[in-house]
Design a protein around this ligand. Structure first.
Ligand code: FE
Length: 307
């Protein structure tokens, strides 16, 4: 049942060198740099996004994800969810408006997988970059690199998938779209949506909590995914795999790494979801095909290169 969580809103990523990271996220991936704050963080967005920012880069000694935020439909929904998170047993921290530039108050909690998530209801809306909301042209002509359209989802590694699914379903109103299950019935991967998308957040079972696998960004076409591969080679960027197709979600994808070792994905296409859809189930012995539909086997990096 929907609880008012609308969509992914932002992700804060730790990088070792901000200037190198900007060459990657801004010049290679094509995110738009929109702001910097007094703490030295840099704010970016995909050009189709209506809110002010979706990616925050923070310089730190270790790479990884600080938190992922979801936008909720209203202040009333935020208040309701706050109470339900506490009732579920989460410790909820309140972060005042303006701690992220242009973002209203946030509430933050830690999922059983160890990852920090936030909810917020308000963020300054600046509209689609370069085209606006009135008689918009097809796209802005000054986009760089891969021309990433929007921040789409994260894939995270950690323990306690069952409890995390309960939290996301029962408290936050997500649905389970797709899963990977072992012969003895243990769910080792879960792809969850709060929308019509194939996933807004996904988790893979892993003994160590709070590990970051990738942040993913939407491109328009398969040709754009191929072109992203060309740009990865042109810039001698570290590639993980692809271009290829995922079995899970059926998205068309390429994985690569930022200069700090954080994995990124750009992708296009993929399945859709309505609330009456039954979850799609993959057997764990089909995991290779489920992840990389063409190679039909996982590369070692997919399971071990985490930040
Ligand atoms: Fe992904």
């Amino acid at each position: 049942m929907k609880k008012g969580v609308m969509r992914p809103g932002h992700v804060q990523i730790r990088v070792l060198d901000l200037d190198e990271a900007l060459v990657h996220y801004r010049d290679l991936m094509g995110l738009i740099e929109v702001d910097r704050d007094s703490r030295g963080r840099v704010y970016l967005k995909g050009w189709t996004e209506v809110d002010r920012f979706s990616v925050v880069l923070r310089e730190a000694d270790q790479p990884g994800m600080d938190f992922m935020g979801f936008k909720v439909v209203s202040e009333a929904a935020l208040e309701q969810l706050h109470g339900e998170l506490i009732a579920f047993g989460c410790q909820v921290d309140q972060i005042p408006a303006g701690e992220l530039e242009g973002c209203g108050r946030r509430i933050r909690f830690v999922a059983p997988t160890g990852h920090s998530f936030e909810l917020f209801a308000d963020k300054v809306q600046t509209g689609r970059y370069g085209v606006g909301n009135h008689n918009p042209e097809a796209w802005p002509r000054d986009l760089k690199g891969m021309k990433a359209e929007r921040f789409d989802h994260c894939l995270l590694y950690g323990p306690e998938l069952d409890k995390t699914l309960e939290l996301f379903k029962e408290v936050l109103g997500f649905d389970l779209c797709e899963q990977v299950v072992t012969p003895d019935g243990k769910r080792v991967a879960q792809f969850l949506t709060c929308s019509m998308k194939a996933h807004d957040i996904a988790f893979i079972d892993h003994p160590e909590p709070n590990k970051f696998h990738h942040a993913s960004f939407l491109l328009e076409t398969w040709q754009d995914v191929l072109r992203a591969g060309d740009l990865i080679s042109m810039t001698d960027t570290s590639i993980d795999i692809g271009p290829t197709r995922h079995g899970i979600t059926h998205g068309q994808t390429i994985y690569f790494f930022d200069p700090s070792g954080n994995r990124n994905e750009v992708f296009c296409g993929g399945d859709y979801f309505y609330p009456d859809h039954e979850p799609i189930t993959w057997d764990a012995d089909m995991l290779g095909k489920a992840i990389f539909y063409h190679d039909r086997q996982l590369n070692e990096r997919f399971l071990t290169a985490l930040t």
